[in-house]
Design a binder for this molecule. Structure first.
Ligand SMILES: NC(=O)C1=CN([C@@H]2O[C@H](COP(=O)(O)OP(=O)(O)OC[C@H]3O[C@@H](n4cnc5c(N)ncnc54)[C@H](O)[C@@H]3O)[C@@H](O)[C@H]2O)C=CC1
Ligand SMILES: [Mg+2]
Length: 352
């Protein structure tokens, strides 16, 4: 990494990248691609594309792992040509990142109805055969993807879903048009700009000092338990949401709070997960389950949770019935929160 000089001068390109750190250079490049449609279109020529079909990413199996293949613009044009589609469809792609060498990464959904092409969506089996991969449900694939691909595909899925569901202006009812990068949509009749949104959600690992509280919703994979989660209500602070959600879901009063980390989560719509540790008042540990929200909740000992953390893929582990419960995938912030609790004592900083 070179030294960050902090001086940005305008030259041929939007920014002069000389002397900036790799991270700053990358960030400025992505900013330029979001602001400048021509620069973004140019970046597609040397860029790499991740393909989706109805929001399921194209994956290839390699042993126990899934790999997310990249395709060049040329390969994509050839594919679209083969299935009778024009390359105009590539304009539906969204920018999702770039490499340190400034190779821009895009995502394109071949299954969703395209706004820039009159042709219908591509047939999944034919495309899978042609590309020697399969369009796989992202939630399931998360257990077998590396963290970089899991994160990239999550961003891509969230952005593709947002564009698919925001094709019309909620004020005028007229169609909105995306910019080349897909970082916004604009209504041509009134110029209202729409930006992709995330709903803030708190996820809290409650502890009584020696045990932690894990819960499950009925739609979780069989046997999976996680930390308590809940959407922030309008007007609430993070602390107020934690306090309300824990009271609502398990009938306990949170005493102290410690912020841990945050994560974008694409399911079922984009959320910003804000992860916290919390303690309950000593001696006040009796769970009163809210059955409208949760199927089950229980206190788990440190050693039980430590064993569950060491298991790999709960989808396969649970099927042979060998384990009483399992935890969310490594990539999920719930997993990180639980791991943090198992590995080191938490210093509680915030009273609620
Ligand atoms: N990344 C991770 O590790 C984890 C992520 N999660 C995510 O956290 C999110 C929230 O967890 P829940 O327990 O379901 O929340 P919750 O406890 O707030 O209950 C969901 C209910 O809240 C209401 N609600 C209020 N605002 C909403 C909004 N903006 N969008 C949707 N529903 C809203 C709806 O009635 C909905 O049925 C879920 O989307 C889930 O996917 C949950 C656990 C782990
Ligand atoms: Mg909840």
């Amino acid at each position: 990494m070179s030294l960050y000089c902090g001086i940005a001068c305008r030259r041929k390109s939007f920014w002069c990248y000389r002397q900036l750190s790799t991270y700053v250079t990358k960030t400025r490049y992505l900013f330029e691609l979001k602001e400048d449609d021509d620069a973004c279109k140019k970046a597609q020529q040397t860029g790499a594309f991740y393909l989706f079909h109805n929001l399921a990413p194209l994956l290839q199996k390699s042993g126990h792992q899934y790999l997310a293949p990249q395709h060049s613009l040329l390969e994509l044009e050839r594919l679209l040509g083969k299935f009778g589609q024009d390359s105009q469809r590539i304009e539906d792609s969204v920018l999702i990142g770039c490499s340190e060498q400034q190779e821009a990464w895009f995502a394109l959904d071949l299954g969703l109805n395209s706004s820039s092409s009159i042709n219908a969506s591509l047939q999944k089996p034919e495309v899978e055969k042609e590309l020697t991969g399969s369009f796989t449900e992202l939630r399931k694939a998360l257990y077998q993807l590396n963290v970089k691909d899991a994160s990239l595909l999550s961003t891509a899925q969230a952005l593709l879903r947002w564009h698919d569901t925001h094709q019309f202006c909620s004020r005028s009812g007229q169609p909105t048009k995306k910019n080349m990068a897909g970082s916004k949509r604009v209504c041509s009749s009134n110029q209202i700009i729409y930006y992709p949104q995330m709903a803030p959600v708190v996820i809290t690992l409650v502890s009584d000092g020696t045990r932690c509280l894990l819960a499950r919703q009925s739609f979780f994979p069989k046997g999976m338990y996680s930390a308590l989660a809940g959407f922030c209500d309008i007007g609430e602070s993070l602390e107020e949401t934690v306090r309300r959600e824990v009271a609502e879901e398990v009938g306990l009063e949170v005493e102290r709070l410690h912020y841990s980390a945050s994560q974008h989560w694409p399911f079922p719509n984009s959320s910003l997960m804000i992860a916290c540790h919390a303690t309950v008042k000593p001696g006040q540990t009796e769970i009163r389950l809210n059955l409208r929200e949760l199927e089950a909740a229980a206190w788990f000992r440190h050693d039980e949770v430590a064993i569950a953390l060491r298991r790999n893929n709960p989808y396969t582990q649970q099927q042979n019935g060998a384990f009483p419960f399992c935890l969310p995938p490594k990539f999920a912030i719930a997993h990180q929160l639980i791991k943090e609790w198992v590995e080191k004592p938490i210093r509680f900083t915030l009273p609620v």
